[in-house]
Design a protein. Sequence first.
Length: 107
Amino acid sequence: MDSALSKNVLIWIANQEIPMMREPKTFLWFYYNTRGKEIDNILRLDDKYTAIEIKYQNEVSSRDIWRTPQVRDYAILTKEDQRTEGNVVLAPVDLTLAILEKPHQTL
């Protein structure tokens, strides 16, 4: 596991201003294809897409996320796992939520 890379990704997530509501063309809540495959969340920043999947279970792998050609970076929020597998970052959901700033806007 490259802990420095994982730490940098978590710092990057914490430094993003992600308000509760964004323009539809910027932040997409979820994605389904015609076959019923889904991705929990897709974040669009600077014309790049990042898929965020929540897998709150004991054993998680980068194979647990459905991939689409439009998305280059993936994050899986896990119960305990913290590592990187290629272009997929696995991070514990509790640590990820703990480092996020409180949104300045609410619904």
